[in-house]
Write a protein that binds this ligand. Structure first.
Ligand SMILES: [Zn+2]
Length: 344
């Protein structure tokens, strides 16, 4: 049995805990619901599962550590959850100390989107890419910047809040207090808001019908309507792609990283929002237009100035791509961080 670490992904809906080998093999995963559970019960279940997995796999391998990804802004110095939109009752809770006391060992705490970025860099889309950013499209927007294989935390751990970049100065008010934040346009909750507005206009009969009949009405059902060719549903995803493209264009211009990974549940609607997203990127980012592979190929084909092979070296490209690990990205990232192999 190999050396291993334990990764925990505490989400607004589910709590998932896994033992992962140092080589990246998933040894075992357990899942609990976290949505309606009170905080202390979630902590109890988490600690019991950590104990169970560490006892089970410690026999033949060394437990290298435990990493926990949490949905919210955390104070890295005190291990306290400062703000969490998806976990009411956790604000200002000293989550790290509470867990360490119960499991009797040090843990590493990190924001969940940052854990997902580490996971994608270890085993997913950004494997082998030292400098990358990740945008996680879920209920809101999470983000992370990885430089030289390490999370860029900024001054106090708050770097990477792409979801709260202003895209419309007078747009809808955001939970953060600002107006027109990116996550008001390019998240699952934004998709639902736009669908409700389309229904209220009276010009989206298919959306109205699904909203009435589907108790689980959400971004997924709107995506299915778009796939079936419903114009109002497709328009919602074009709007989504437009704003995501505007956000990414700014990120590419500012950061000029090798790769931007798009993850989170809504990334599965890639087919219906990506064309518009790429169109915005090409139009709005001078850095993207100069470094996108497709544009360079086009220039070469027309005998333009963009010889892709100048002196035998591959010219750098900006790659914007989907995440590969799905819901497990955060688990892998947490295990990786805990193993000490990523010292971010
Ligand atoms: Zn905001």
């Amino acid at each position: 049995m190999p050396d291993f670490s334990i990764g925990v992904d505490l989400g607004g809906t589910n709590l998932r805990i896994a033992a992962v080998s140092l080589q990246g093999q998933l040894l075992e995963k357990v899942t609990f619901g976290s949505k309606v559970s009170p905080r202390d019960r979630v902590i109890d279940e988490m600690c019991a599962a950590i104990q169970m997995l560490s006892d089970r796999y410690r026999g033949t391998g060394t437990l290298l550590g435990t990493g926990i990804g949490v949905p919210g802004i955390i104070d890295l110095h005190t291990g306290t959850m400062r703000k969490s939109a998806n976990l009411p009752g956790w604000e200002n809770y000293p989550v790290q100390a509470a867990i360490e006391r119960r499991v009797g060992a040090r843990i590493v705490l990190e924001n969940d989107a940052k854990m997902a970025a580490l996971g994608e860099q270890w085993l997913g889309a950004a494997r082998g890419i030292a400098n990358a950013a990740m945008v996680t499209l879920g209920t809101g927007i999470g983000g992370a910047i990885v430089l030289d294989g390490k999370i860029w935390h900024g001054m106090n751990g708050m770097a990477g809040e792409f979801g709260h970049v202003t895209l419309e100065p007078d747009g809808p008010i955001c939970g953060c207090g600002n107006h027109g934040c990116a996550e008001k346009y390019a998240s699952a909750s934004a998709i639902i808001r736009m669908a409700r507005e389309a229904i209220a206009s009276g010009e989206a009969p298919a959306l109205a019908q699904v909203a009435d009949s589907d108790p689980e009405f959400g971004a997924q059902s709107i995506y299915h309507l778009a796939l079936q060719g419903d114009e109002p549903a497709q328009q919602i995803f074009r709007t989504f792609g437009r704003y995501l493209g505007i956000l990414l264009a700014g990120m590419v211009n500012v950061l000029n990283l090798d790769m931007f990974v798009i993850g989170g549940g809504v990334a599965s609607a890639w087919d219906v929002f990506a064309p518009r997203m790429f169109a915005e990127l090409r139009q709005r980012s001078i850095v993207y237009a100069a470094t996108a592979l497709e544009d360079r190929l086009r220039r070469d084909a027309t005998g333009g100035d963009g010889a892709a092979q100048t002196d035998g070296r591959r010219e750098p490209q900006t790659i914007i791509t989907r995440a590969l690990l799905g819901r497990d990205a955060g688990l892998y990232g947490a295990a990786r961080l805990a193993s000490g192999s990523s010292n971010s």
